[in-house]
Design a protein around this ligand. Structure first.
Ligand SMILES: [Zn+2]
Length: 505
């Protein structure tokens, strides 16, 4: 062997040893794990077609922080509801019968023996449903969005389909809060989610005919003073009424009992109290009053919301009045956080004028801390200036991609998450109703990643936003952020290892 070749060989061997040492050192180094994760992720999203199969794995493992736009009853899968129908010995109508006023797929909570002969024959047990594969599949399709788009069947409009599902599983949705929350916690933990802020049950409302009349009879052009006078009177009554206090206490107790034993070192659950927006004004107001009062009373209730189809006739008619109610109640119950469903609308769903003011009023009149959906942003009056307001005030948008795609038909490049991203308005990724949508939070992240290809840094920021913009107390947030740091360190170590063992193409 020539001396020159020998020297080269020695050099190569010693280089190899040094290289191996370096790699070993890198394995335990968080910075290099971060770099490797960043590189691996960037490769998966690069090119015309993202590597969705591997991104799916990545999204499942990704620490996602919290799910902070989440409806309990819409999060439970239809299969679980059917189990509860069985446990409660309820039955389900296998056909409609107009003269009996019963409808196919509806739950009957009366015992079969009390139904009468004909109704008893067509109301079948959960077991019988499962044994009839065709009916079982049809039932899942009516109780959720399952198979809506992948084959032809008789179907209502998508938004109708979506909201109808709540009526189908409604009779059994409150059957077992503890069991349901436990199931949601198990699901969350399995997909690296540490926090859920859910809407479990609507707050109670209060009936007082005389005072209600004054609110219900407010004209659409009522002045702020006229509106406030009506609200003060009803509010004063509720302040001093023992029966109202008892209702609020009962509500708080229900929520607190439901959450018993749920929090642990790796998971936290909190509630938002809410009212439904498609009711008479006084009913909405008293519901919101109770929601605010409950939030003041319990540390587990961290915010207030308003829900229901925003394009409903009443919701559209009373929108501004509802926002004034929030403004009024903010003063009565200072410090209560608000996340408001606002702007869950698209052109064509309502006349263009109806798209002009919902996000604006939620932020400027109701003083919302977060906005649910915010899909109509491009149609709002002075949208450029409104984006500034959202950015400056740090009002986070809760982005629900699957829900928006199904209910509103807004997806891909048309989704306004692109507007929020490029105008630096904070946002989070959330599920809305993962049971009805047949999805989970990882699935929502996968959509976000595969569609919009955010950088790894942006993706991490979005996950952190779900804790930063949550309604937890500041000290709880710090705890959860520390936990999220740890989760990311572990995640990046795993992904770095996965990337090293990946076969080159
Ligand atoms: Zn929602």
């Amino acid at each position: 062997m020539k001396i020159k070749t020998l020297v080269m060989l020695i050099c190569l061997v010693s280089f190899g040893v040094a290289d191996a040492r370096e790699i070993k050192a890198k394995k335990t180094n968080p910075q290099s794990n971060y770099a490797a994760t960043n590189q691996y992720y960037s490769n998966l999203i690069s090119g015309a077609t993202p590597n969705v199969a591997e991104l799916n794995l990545f999204a499942n493992m990704l620490p996602k922080g919290g799910d902070i736009h989440h409806h309990y009853s819409g999060a439970i899968y239809a299969e679980t509801y059917l189990d509860w129908v069985g446990k409660k010995n309820y039955c389900i109508y296998s056909e409609s019968a107009e003269q009996l006023k019963v409808e196919k797929y509806r739950i009957e909570i009366k015992p079969v023996a009390e139904l009468g002969e004909r109704a008893g024959q067509i109301c079948i047990s959960a077991d019988a449903v499962r044994k009839d594969n065709t009916f079982y599949r049809e039932l899942l399709m009516r109780w959720s969005d399952k198979d809506f788009s992948n084959h032809f069947h008789e179907q209502p409009a998508p938004d109708q389909q979506f909201f109808d599902t709540f009526g189908f599983f409604g009779p059994v949705s409150n059957a077992s809060y503890q069991e349901g929350l436990q199931a949601l916690k198990d699901r969350a933990k399995a997909e690296n989610v540490q926090y859920i802020e859910t809407m479990l049950e609507k707050s109670p409302d209060v009936d007082n005919r005389e005072l209600a009349k004054k609110i219900n009879n407010l004209k659409s052009d009522a002045t702020e003073d006229e509106t406030e006078a009506a609200l003060i009177e009803f509010s004063d009554f509720m302040d001093g009424d023992a029966a109202v206090k008892a209702k609020i206490d009962d509500y708080v107790k229900t929520l607190e009992e439901a959450a018993t034993g749920i929090d642990d070192a790796a998971f936290r659950l909190r509630f938002q109290a809410y009212a439904s927006r498609n009711n008479a004004p006084a009913k909405v107001f008293s519901g919101l009053y109770c929601a605010f009062a409950a939030a003041k009373e319990s540390n587990l209730i961290v915010g207030v919301n308003i829900v229901g189809p925003e394009n409903g006739h009443v919701a559209m008619r009373d929108y501004s009045l509802h926002m004034q109610m929030f403004r009024f109640l903010n003063q009565r119950f200072p410090g209560v956080k608000l996340s408001l469903h606002a702007g869950e609308l698209v052109l064509g769903m309502v006349p263009p004028e109806g798209l002009k003011n919902h996000v604006r009023e939620a932020v400027e009149v109701a003083m919302a801390d977060r906005i649910g959906h915010g899909v109509d942003i491009a149609h709002e009056t002075d949208p450029d200036e409104l984006l500034e307001v959202l950015k400056e005030r740090k009002v986070a948008i809760e982005v629900n991609l699957t829900s928006n795609s199904f209910i509103l038909g807004v997806k891909n490049e048309a989704h306004p998450v692109q507007v929020y991203r490029y105008h630096n308005v904070p946002f989070v990724i959330s599920t809305d109703d993962p049971g009805v949508s047949r999805n989970n939070l990882s699935g929502e992240y996968l959509l976000f990643i595969a569609r919009y290809k955010p950088s790894y840094e942006e993706l991490k920021k979005v996950a952190y936003n779900s804790i930063r913009y949550s309604f937890l107390s500041e000290s709880e947030k710090l705890d959860e952020l520390k936990s999220l740091d740890k989760r990311f360190t572990g995640f990046e170590a795993k992904i770095a290892k996965l990337a090293r063992s990946r076969r080159a193409k």
